[in-house]
Design a protein around this ligand. Sequence first.
Ligand SMILES: [Zn+2]
Length: 208
Amino acid sequence: MGRYRLLLGLGLLFISSLGMQQASADMLYDQLVPKTRQWLDDYWGQYFAQNGQTYMTAEGVHPYTREGIKTSCAPTALNNAFYCRTSNSIYYDDNFLRKVYSEEGDYAAVSILAHEWGHLVQSQLGLLDNQLLVYRELQADCFSGAFAQHLNQPGKLEVFDFEEVAKLRFSAGKKNIRWTDTSVHGTPTQRITAFEDGARFGPGACYY
Ligand SMILES: [Zn+2]
């Protein structure tokens, strides 16, 4: 229990210190996916190169607006986003992403894409197999935290507010939203701790 409280306390401190940074204009929704994709490629391309590994970007990043559309993996579901290894592609409910963007802020929407990209990274690093589902999900949160830290500089994401992330994470599981199902993704506290591990220490801290 002591450790739990310490971690949570550090987490809140961390969030509030970064949350005080100056914010400027939001990026337009239309720019969200292409810009995020470019940042993700820059970041992970560099990380793979540093480790002598070859990085392959996503084959596609596909929006959808209905459930039940066939993909190379599962059929689409509303309020969800997912990475499909078979097609090395990411699929997302465009209305869901738009809603997160307008209600919780641009970074909250970026963090969903960054999490799915975390699964792409896992796939390429051979980390998608032989792991408990919840660890795989927390690792993707950790990778998204590492990426978040990379965005936290001038010329990248103009509005950068960790409170937006916290809001998204802590609301996880409260709504009937597949993407935040706690049985799949872990508890909100576990998720934010994983995210912070990545944000503080980089992807190297994500190999649980
Ligand atoms: Zn996931």
